[in-house]
Design a protein around this ligand. Sequence first.
Ligand SMILES: Nc1nc2c(ncn2[C@@H]2O[C@H](COP(=O)(O)OP(=O)(O)OP(=O)(O)O)[C@@H](O)[C@H]2O)c(=O)[nH]1
Ligand SMILES: [Mg+2]
Length: 303
Amino acid sequence: MSESVHRSGYVAIVGAPNAGKSTLLNRLLGQKLSIVSRRPQTTRNRILGIWNKPDAQVLFLDTPGIHQTHKLLNRRMVDAALGAMRDVDLVLFLVDVQRHPRPHDRDMVLERLQASGLPVVLVPNKIDLIPKTDLLPLIAAWAGAGDFEAVVPISAQSGDGTEGLMQEVLTRMPEGPPWFPKDQVTDVTERFVVSELIREQAFRCLDREVPYSIAVEVEEFEEEKDRVRVMARIWVERDSQKGIVIGKKGSMLKRIGTGARLEITKLMGQRTRLDLTVGVDPRWTTRRGSVERLGMFDREGQS
Ligand SMILES: Nc1nc2c(ncn2[C@@H]2O[C@H](COP(=O)(O)OP(=O)(O)OP(=O)(O)O)[C@@H](O)[C@H]2O)c(=O)[nH]1
Ligand SMILES: [Mg+2]
């Protein structure tokens, strides 16, 4: 009997805010685990996505965009991203190919990556947005900015290049056992994903600084016989923001709720009843306990 080799390993997806990291995670897994918006700083936590095949298990970590910041919530987001780079077998360094590499980028992400000594695959993303003739010099500029194991241009949105990327990842995974059951796709709870799907709609529907003042707390999450019942509170930092989130005669809250209900229904495969309320907590993004309760969850040591 021939013995087949099983490969397994951790792969961190890192990069600046808005590079398309969460879009890539969802694309690779073929399902929506991590929320996406056109605004930077959407992802606040490290999100594990488990890619399973009979002979391999790849543990992808989607991370918050690495950026310069002083605010406690944002500091914790960046810490989560940098922490995800510890003990991984490979890093996918995602860049928005529309942006030319600048010294600023070197400071924030690339220099840390190079100092880590980890193998890094450069992944120029959003190639669908650039004419082919402009693409090559941009990719070359990024490729010349650091030491990379490979360079794999992709469109996370259309899927162009992502199969080739998966092959590059697989060949770099060490031999090892599966670390999670083969039918598991993540380590976050459905309750957490539900709170994120509501926050995603808030990011999509609201303007300016309001999305960044928002946290979502699921207060009740019950799977009944033929439906899911969710009660959640959207937290903001100011009374004026509460007015904006509710909108004229409740129109904004209704819009957020309708979008979120559709997404939750897709996730759970069941009808959803969603009740949303809005609360004000002026210090939730700056006070440690609230940041931990509403913005981040501490999973150190769990991966
Ligand atoms: N055209 C195009 N848009 C993309 C592509 N990948 C991502 N996007 C868009 O870019 C925006 C940001 O995508 P996200 O996946 O949220 O980016 P992120 O890197 O996770 O961002 P943060 O969580 O804020 O760090 C969204 O509007 C995506 O739809 C791509 O390949 N092509
Ligand atoms: Mg993200």
